[in-house]
Write a protein that binds this ligand. Structure first.
Ligand SMILES: *Cc1c(COP(=O)(O)O)cnc(C)c1O
Length: 412
């Protein structure tokens, strides 16, 4: 690379990634093959439109690529192309959700009633910005009817969600989030959606990799639309997929392009194809199961050491810790951990009284460390390390962290 400055930054970032323990639940490490596909000549190609109906010439290879990736996506989640359609063009999860909502939920100055209402998990409960939060454009174009967790158990209360749906009659209900640590009951969500004739969108961005790996139930038997990012537990490049029942797909496709996007990022689509291939290998099933095991051990060990875990624990790839219960704010905890060589993100806890910029907790996940090859033994050690750091004994653990990093290098 002739650009010395960028080259140096890439090198430094590589070193940073290698020398930190990454517990950020939404991050992962992609394979060298995925990096190659992302950096391939597909980056040069404009292919506005869809296979067979493009606005540019020279798209015969791009067409074949996009069709292959579509077929792989359907196959990976065991979907029949007679019932389901998949759009592989979304640049990322946020535009994908925006396209789905624009396609399926009326907005604007509509008469009172169900129109324009979307039901999503409130942000401090573990929901995502794009599920109708006020600061997101989705909260400005539509009215969010937020559902919450039970204040005592911090679990989804499906009876309460049903009551709320019956009262508000939303046009669309979103199941899924960014920080809910327990498996979601999609069947119950579908019953709720059916009771008010709403569309059920499952946003499986976080747990898609667990679904393909058989470590989380599939939402497909119950959902009308399923969105996923490809870069979290699915371990691919930054992009997204929208699966929809055939009767809804035309509107969704039209809203992705030309509605909100221009030319698809064919290099990203190629890399998604590689990720889907990798996720179809038997080793990925093992990986997904190990992620859940590792996360469980990490949470249980932290509990034993006196840390309060939101929702009582985890059976997924992530969980949140109420650090403020032990008098440490989320920011303070994240800063202490980063100083020692562990990266996490700050996270609101249900009914948080502290501001979103310095909430009461942190979110932890084991997907990235599991990709590095770590197992239960390392998780137990990391729980002890985290406990020491948060009790301000940073010096004692820095070396242990570096040893762990060196022992489990990031492949390519
Ligand atoms: C990450 C995430 C998104 C958004 O994805 P980006 O690629 O960051 O735009 C949407 N929904 C959920 C539930 C997510 O976790």
């Amino acid at each position: 690379m002739r650009d010395r400055k960028i080259k140096k930054l890439i090198k430094r970032e590589q070193t940073r990634q290698n020398k930190t323990l990454n517990l950020i639940a939404s991050e992962n490490f992609v394979s060298g093959d995925i990096l190659n596909a992302l950096g391939s000549v597909f980056v040069n190609k404009y292919a506005e439109g869809y296979p067979g109906a493009r606005y540019y010439s020279g798209t015969e290879v791009a067409d074949e690529l996009e069709e292959l990736v579509q077929a792989r996506a359907l196959r990976l989640f065991q979907l029949s192309s007679k019932k389901w359609n998949v759009n592989v063009q979304p640049y990322s999860g946020s535009p994908a959700n925006l396209a789905i909502l624009l396609a399926l939920v009326p907005r604007g100055n509509l008469p009172a009633g169900r129109q324009g209402k979307i039901m999503g998990m409130r942000l401090d409960m573990g929901g995502h910005l794009t599920h109708g939060y006020k600061a997101s454009v989705t909260g400005k174009l539509w009215r969010q009817i937020p559902y919450v967790l039970d204040p005592k158990t911090e679990l989804l209360d499906y009876d309460e969600i049903l009551k709320l749906a019956k009262k508000e009659k939303p046009k669309l209900i979103i199941a899924g989030g960014s920080a809910y640590s327990k498996v979601i009951d999609f069947k119950k969500f579908r019953e709720i959606a059916d009771a008010v004739e709403a569309i059920l969108l499952v946003d499986m961005s976080h747990f898609a990799g667990l679904v393909t790996g058989g470590a989380y139930p599939s939402p497909f038997p119950h959902a009308h639309v399923v969105m996923t990012t490809t870069h979290k537990t699915l371990r691919g490049p930054r992009a997204a997929l929208i699966f929809s029942k055939k009767e809804l797909s035309k509107n969704i496709d039209r809203m992705v392009f030309p509605g909100i996007q221009g030319g698809p990022h064919m290099n990203a689509i190629a890399a998604v194809g590689v990720a889907l291939y990798e996720a179809s290998l038997p080793s990925f099933k093992k990986y997904a199961k190990q992620v859940v095991k590792n996360t469980y051990i990490l949470a249980e060990e932290l509990k034993k050491l006196g840390w309060r875990i939101i929702s009582g624990g985890t059976n997924t790839h992530l969980f949140n810790v109420d650090t403020f219960k032990n008098s440490i704010s989320g920011n303070e905890a994240a800063d202490l951990l980063e100083k020692a060589g562990i990266v996490v993100n700050i996270e609101a806890i249900p009914y948080d009284l502290r501001p979103p910029k310095d909430p009461s907790g942190i979110r932890l996940g084991a997907a990235a460390l599991t990709t590095r090859g770590m197992k239960e033994k390392e998780m137990r050690l990391i729980a002890q390390i985290i406990d020491k750091i948060l009790r301000k004994q940073i010096k004692e653990v820095k070396e242990v962290i570096q040893k762990l990093c060196a022992q489990f290098p990031i492949g390519e």
